[in-house]
Design a protein around this ligand. Structure first.
Ligand code: PGA
Length: 248
């Protein structure tokens, strides 16, 4: 049995003070959660939010990490810098990073290995664009993202994968539960082929893309969907808590 993991991706929202306010409101609402609960916050929020989360069941995540241990990489943040503040998870290869910041499967791969080497759990994002889905390329796009992005991984169950169809992110359009389940099933089948059937059964695969308090129940009821990576709906404590309690 895979334990569900609900992670918020705040993106570039919330100053440190606003972030603390949000998690203070969230803590009592999700204290009884049966799943893993994570908030992935902007870098500058990390120290204050980390302090606010101490002793709670909410784990802390970042939204990116550089692949070098240290050095001349202006504007980047290393895994050790995150670890110092108790960060446990890190999103890697989000479609917004791929689209606006030149992230490729190669850099995703390097960041993932650096995160793992430092003891962080990568949440690696993959997904197809609308054009790719409409032209029947979804599976071939995911296949490349898996083979290239996850290259060299000894045990795929050490990471979390987020399947995020790019056309569903922040658009209010969600993949139907069946579509999401089918595509995640394809991802798991590919992982079994590339890595091993046992670890493919163990790896947690989230759905992301306009998951909200209303549609989470149906999505999470699907056998292949092990969690959610939530953008917009993670910015309001009540909405995010409702997703955490998807089975209630
Ligand atoms: P959304 O974002 O929930 O706002 O669609 C999801 C994501 O980008 O992780």
């Amino acid at each position: 049995m895979r334990k569900a993991i609900i992670a918020g991706n705040w993106k570039m929202n919330n100053t440190a003070a606003q972030g603390v306010e949000l998690v203070e409101a969230l803590k009592p609402l999700v204290a009884d959660a049966e799943c893993d609960v994570v908030v992935c916050v902007p870098f500058t929020d990390i120290p204050a939010v980390s302090k606010a989360l101490a002793g709670s069941n909410i784990r802390l995540g970042a939204q990116n990490v550089h692949f070098a241990e240290k050095g001349a990489y202006t504007g980047e943040i290393s895994a050790d810098m995150l670890k110092e503040y108790g960060v446990e998870y890190v999103i890697i290869g989000h479609s917004e990073r791929r689209q606006y910041f030149g992230e490729t499967d190669e850099t995703v791969n390097k960041r993932m290995h650096a995160a793992l080497a430092a003891g962080l759990i990568p949440i690696v994002c993959i997904g197809e664009s609308l054009e790719e889905r409409e032209t029947g390329k979804t599976e071939s796009v995911l296949d490349v993202q898996i083979r290239e992005g996850l290259k060299g991984l000894d045990d795929v169950s050490k990471i979390v994968i987020a399947y995020e169809p790019v056309w569903a992110i922040g658009t209010g359009k969600t993949a139907t539960a069946e579509q999401a389940n089918e595509t995640i099933g394809f991802i798991r089948k590919t992982l079994a082929e590339v890595f091993c059937p046992v670890c493919a059964e163990k790896v947690r695969i989230q759905y992301g893309g306009s998951m909200n308090a209303k549609n989470c129940k149906e999505l999470m009821a699907m056998p292949e969907i092990d969690g959610g990576l939530i953008g917009g709906a993670s910015l309001k404590s009540a909405d995010f808590a409702a997703i955490v309690h998807y089975n209630k």
